[in-house]
Design a protein around this ligand. Sequence first.
Ligand code: ARG
Length: 452
Amino acid sequence: MTLWGGRFSQKLDDLAWALNSSLPVDQRMAIQDVDGSLAWADAIHKAGILSDEEHASISLGLDTVRKEFASGEFSCQPSDEDIHTAVERRLSELIGPAAGKLHTGRSRNDQVATDFRLWMLQAIPELHSAFLNLQSALVEQAELAGEIIMPGYTHLQRAQPILLAHWWLSHYWALKRDVERLQDLTKRVSVLPLGSGALAGAPFALDRDALAKSLGFAEVSQNSLDAVSDRDFAAEYLFVCSMTAVHLSKLAEQVVLYTTAEFGFFELSDAFSTGSSLMPQKKNPDVFELTRGKTGTMIGLLTGLMSTLKGLPSTYDKDLQEDKAPVFQATDTLLSILPVMAAALRTIMVKPERMRSAIDSTMMATDLADYLVEKGVPFREAHSLAGKVVRAAGEGKVRMEELPLEAYQAIGPFEADVYQVFDPLESIKKRNTVGGTSLQSVKNQISKIKGD
Ligand code: ARG
């Protein structure tokens, strides 16, 4: 059955039918389609389109359809063009010709946009709790890390010592922005298109505000042409998923790096590592590599939808049917990687001694310059004098803290207390500004996070 056909003398070609059918994808919105139809039946009943009996029969029939979907009993037919057709076909099998009144004033154009938004409104909280779980894993690791220190990098070159806890939390804050974006997006998803008809609106007195309220939407769309074509929310959603994936990929890349024999900062638990079919010794970080890899696919989903939307004429065009698959795929991807990342990170074994031994005294060269600044030397000059110390140590093939005081004093106004500069924990302690790596700053971050 199709929801159209009166004006055609030939049935749709089989190949064209296969191309046109969206049921394999949009059947994921079955419950939303039934809920939207139940609310629509109420609205057109109130508007005087359905009699009390017709309304009761349609509602009862839709309840049955809903139950059939929920229990898995619903059977889609090859003749169902999409989920909207499947629901209406089943309703007419259950209640007869009264089913034909349900679509009065409605088009699949406003219907599909409504179903899609309803679907997203239930997906967002699911994603949100997966985010929270990963964020908690990061905070737990930060708390466990205590005073463990590690090298901080810029350009992937050793830069300054930092607390491991500070590193864990850096990933927390990135995810927090993703959660905020997800929450902010909700207000643009929560706009009801139903009542926009095919493009021009509905021809009878419809209380769209009540309709919105009954479906849990915050507001109704204000322009029917825009309402049936607006897929900004889908593009934004894919952006949030992509941004999140980029953050996860960045974290994953560092875990991959830190678990190499060369770094040896982390060891993955066996439960989250994989082996090689050929090399018996291998322990591979596949979970993290897949996270990194799936990010590429995720960005493809975003750019794919943006390209589909580009240049579409106003209102509904069939191109818009391409909107759901990327959103579903992005959701499935995130819902598979977020929990695995959380579990894998919770079981990571940290190697504090490896991190400590990767901190060499050149990483305190900035502290050496700061030492001179405290003695009144302008920073630019202090930077250059500290650089000379780095060079002298390099030339003498000794560590900076092994250079004798005379060597220091030949370079600048250094005194015997200069050697204190080379304690990495001291360097860390000094960086006590809000957001710095000091123990106190990190504690403050954790209390702020917990107070949120
Ligand atoms: N399956 C369609 C979609 O997902 C439903 C809307 C069909 N509208 C139409 N005018 N053919 O977009």
